[in-house]
Ligand binder design. Sequence first.
Ligand SMILES: [Zn+2]
Length: 495
Amino acid sequence: MSAPAAIGSRILAALEAVRDPELDQPITSLGFVASCTVSPDGDAQVRLRLPTYFCAPNFAFLMVADTYDVVSAAEGVRSAEVVLEDHFAAETINAGVAARAGFARSFDGEAIGELDELRADFLRKALMAATYGLCRPLLAAGAEPRSLVAMTLGELPPSRELDRLRQRRAELGLPAGDDAPLLIDPITGAQVGDEAVPLHLRRARATGVSMYTLGHENAGWVHAVGSAVTSVQVGDTVILHPTPTCGLCRACRAGQDMHCSDSSFPGLDSDGGMAEYLRTSARACVKLDPQTRPQDVAALADAGITAYHAVRKAIPLLYPGTTCVVIGAGGLGHIGIQCLAALTATTIIVVDRNPDALKLAEQLGARHTVVADGSQVEAVKDLTGGRGADVVLDFVAEQGAEQDGFAMTARAGSYYVIGYGGTVHIPTLDIISTERNIVGNIVGTYNELAELMVLAQAGKVTLHTRSYPLDAAAEAIQDLDAGRVRGRAILVPVS
Ligand SMILES: [Zn+2]
């Protein structure tokens, strides 16, 4: 083996020690290492690609920083470069890591915390996840939860999970030997008391599913309210705007919930709804008719509101006689078509690769459908007398759709980007000479969610759903993965 190849193998082997802090698995087995190259002089470059563009920047930063440390420590490496690709904060993260700056500094003071605290926090969560991994088989075999209090690590059969637990504890400076209790507080290391066992196990289970409890599209019934809450009561049926907002900043006062400077996104940056209960704010609750079944509308809380938001913004452009193209008649697109039909008199053209999706689009209000087989831009031009569409709503925006979408717009037309993943390359001369607009869209406002619920309750926007009990979350994800779910899978906690 040549020297660079040998160094490359060593780097890849060493990278198994770098874990996704959220999933607690090596980045190598998760497929995040896009490439690893080594020059004859020992200059190594590793490129990382995470599955989502919006993966939390703190997670991304930790992985890039850990990768940098591992690559530069590998035997035979003269210089190390780590590049994060296709991430919205890639430039800042790459620059920060290259300069060996702390996380907070590279984000100009906007970061949640310093790197070490963040890492410790992830380690504690990983510890809890590993604890649950060890307790689950014991509980399944009939062990009483309280009997686990007396157990020590030495009494457990050897397993990878146990090794991981010991390693996490050691990294945190917590007891990890054979006589250490199985259940300890992840911060103080103190043995968990008898009374606290059920709660401790619940927490461990929640982190076992994910470092945050997932679930950002939520509806349900109010179970409890704080003392200052006046707008909703226990028992109310509600759907939740996905971002509890501050209500005080300029964006909030303008009704632009998504641009709030002090909001959270449960399920993405804090604990979400794949649980018995979810904590949110009164400002996020949209009250529903008590007859509404939350499971029928929950997916409107993000997918629905996003499609509605784009259509709502485009309404002034969609007067009678205009044409609107919808690219992508999938999960969001099929809601967008229903919103267009309910709110406007525009002529709807739907473009999709899948003939079945186009059949559904026709039933939902599409006047024309176009199979995306390579001739879709021409087809739209033909259907619009050569002009192009006044508005294009692009729910795909990758794999070429982003170029087609802009090409389908008429002079003074507007291209609305709702999907993401691609890159738009357009000569600026084309933009000015034809006065065409490119419009970004992210989720939607509280008022838009409330409006969408009016449409839903009138039966003008409906969702295809299939429900599963909360405990069958893994099965639901497998079914989604295998394409066995038409529409959205809904998890319902059993009370
Ligand atoms: Zn705000």
